[in-house]
Design a binder for this molecule. Sequence first.
Ligand SMILES: [Zn+2]
Length: 392
Amino acid sequence: MNFLYINGPVHNGPFTFAERPGKAAGLRAAAALNTLLDAGPAPHLWNTVTLAGDLRHRDAPDRDTVGRQEREEHAIAAKYAPGAAPAGGVLTDTAPVVAALALEMTERLLQDGVLAVAPVPVHLCTRCGHMAGVVAHTCRACEHPSFRPQTRQLLVWDRLPGAPVLARDDFHAHRARTPGHLLSVAQNVPERLILSRTRDHGISLAPLGLDGLVLDPRAGVHIAVLAAAAQSNTGQPVMTITENAAANVAAYGALFRRHNGTRLRYAVHGRIPYDDTAALQRLCEVHRVSQALRELFLTWFLPLCSLHIRTGITAAQLPALLEFCRRAHLARPDTPGSDGLAELRRRVAAGDMRWVMDVRTLSRAIPEYPVIHSPEAIAEVTSMLAPGDRRR
Ligand SMILES: [Zn+2]
């Protein structure tokens, strides 16, 4: 089987996991499934090619002494509680191994005539040179209102009319649960996709003669997953991603989901209402939930559940889900072992997540030594449930 769940790279914004545990949903879901499959640990993937990151760096008072790469790395390290760096390490979407793979794949696609470098009419900000699309309003990088039209060499993918950018089998999901509307969203992208952008930071396309341009990060996040898969020696990476993110990036990843026999598929997950901490705290108090069960519920069960309830878990569902999780916890087998594990693994490998709603199966899946007992998780749960919580 050789599956490995890998998170869709998380935007490296100004937050910590203690403050925004919802940002860890994809990482947590991936870790829980990898533990079940006895795979991994997978690295934590980060998306650093963002306009917001460009702006933060430009505005930083220490920008003359701290480089952009270093700033991104510091920001990533600060996401985790002290001493709680991920076991599988971290990988950014501009790491040398990702950049090398990106150039290799892009060069091959150019040679094969799938991608092309072509002159495209664009609008460039007259102040900072940021490239807007066909329609230009205010510069997203510097808010300058004026643009000049120019024709610029760009990396483009001109699809054949009607050629699909996303198919059912791009999802690691039970067939009946393929998110059909995502297929149509992805299909509505223009026939010409532009795969190069102006950014201060990213995978430089200068080696292809495109000075000052980087690979579109929506393609890059897929290549980061492929690079992580290669490092972990897995042929079937499964990228955890929210439906919105998938709608945003899937078309740009269409040419970057397969490489040398490796095939990336998506596992779509919904949002988890962690941000409603007051409700979560009340819930745990009312139900007199032990610390161990809190951790299990928040950092293991809810992420797994989010792969099943892909439209998003609502705050109103939390009491019933907590009760369900408690029943499964009570029903754990006395001697954890292989009983039913093979069948469970088979279902996970088939992308079938319906088992999370089966108490007996779920009880068998509860890890013997949960990853959730990491200092990181404890700090997070404590801060999440602490009175007078300091988020936002
Ligand atoms: Zn500008």
